[in-house]
Design a binder for this molecule. Structure first.
Ligand code: BTN
Length: 325
């Protein structure tokens, strides 16, 4: 049954129930269940849904952590399951882990998003945190989130996904959120100690049932796709973007960012210097702040929630670390 079960799941266009699998293989449902558990432990992502059945959603077995090294990544810690890669990365950073330490998990049981939200992270998605130690003053770090998101958009559009950036930390496609970035850091007044860049990308996974914003998975456009290939592509891009960002700032990314911004030209509600405000998005400035035209003139937004007024318009504290922006 070993290979036959995997073969059936890989070839199926729709989920297969335990009964169908058991009948097809001439074994009991309990035997199917046991084998599926083994396949999962070996790195195969098999999604089971009550009253629907099992679906193969890719495999992580071929991920060779060594393959990720070479560019920015220097060390890889990979876990089948973990509370939050972000918490682990922060703990490692506090203990002195070097720039380029990557923590990834096949699934997270306590994934975190921005603004204290939880981040649903089942098997089949990419959930990772990268430790960075840029020689920068802390105020320059928030724009790094924009650069990481832009790199994801470039990886995905190269594969035919109509992806765009939604300021500050999201990747969206056709009005739905596909990926989010949580950047946290520890810094002194003038110097960053470490940054934990936490990235979650819905790839082959099941999506949360009632997400705060509509959610999408990369596989809706590409079909099931190998996680490691996507991650390698992002690491390749980010290994070039990151030193460029540290050297020259956000200004040289600005034009590319604006070209793929889903907010540009839309009306949004945002947190401005004088509290909650509304206006039309003009673009971003050289520091990566959102530029908005309001009833009283142009202003910028550097943090907080930005919500579309009409969704269909879419085409430091040292030690513990804090969320950015
Ligand atoms: C957001 O859109 O609010 C940001 C989501 C960030 C999720 C990633 S998944 C890997 C890392 N570990 C976490 O607990 N969170 C980040």
């Amino acid at each position: 049954m070993k290979d036959a079960l995997l073969f059936q799941l890989k070839g199926a266009k729709a989920p297969l129930s335990g009964t169908i699998l058991a009948d097809g293989l001439g074994v009991t449902r309990a035997a199917v269940h046991k084998r599926i558990q083994k396949l999962r432990t070996a790195g195969h992502q098999i999604v089971g849904t009550n009253r629907v059945g099992y679906r193969w959603a890719g495999t992580t077995v071929s991920l060779n952590p060594e393959a990720l090294k070479g560019g920015i990544v220097t060390e890889v810690f990979r876990f089948p399951v973990m509370g939050s890669t972000q918490d682990e990365a922060k703990a490692l950073a506090v203990k002195g882990a070097g720039e380029g330490t990557l923590v990834m998990a096949d699934r997270q049981s306590a994934g975190r998003g921005r603004l204290g939200r939880s981040w649903v992270s089942p098997i089949g998605g990419l959930w990772y945190s990268l430790i960075l130690r840029p020689v920068l003053p802390p105020h320059r770090v928030p724009a790094l989130t924009l650069v990481a998101a832009l790199d994801w958009v470039e990886v995905l559009t190269a594969r035919g996904v109509p992806a765009g950036v939604k300021w500050p930390n999201d990747v969206w496609a056709e009005g739905k959120k596909m990926a989010g970035i949580l950047t946290e850091m520890s810094a002194e007044t003038d110097r960053v100690q470490w940054v934990a860049l936490g990235v979650g990308v819905n790839v082959n996974n099941r999506l949360p049932k009632s997400p705060a914003v509509p959610a999408a998975a990369v596989s809706s456009w590409t079909g099931p796709i190998a996680l490691e290939k996507l991650l390698l592509e992002w690491v390749g891009r980010f290994s070039k973007s990151y030193p460029r960002f540290v050297r020259s700032g956000f200004a040289s990314f600005r034009s590319n960012y604006e070209q793929v911004s889903v907010l540009r030209g839309t009306r949004v509600s945002f947190e401005g210097p004088e509290g909650r405000n509304a206006g039309r998005v003009l673009g971003v400035d050289n520091e990566g702040r959102l530029r908005v035209s309001t009833a009283t003139g142009e202003t910028t937004c550097s943090a907080g929630e930005v919500s579309l007024l009409r969704p269909l318009e879419l085409k430091s504290a040292p030690g513990k670390g804090h969320e950015i922006p």
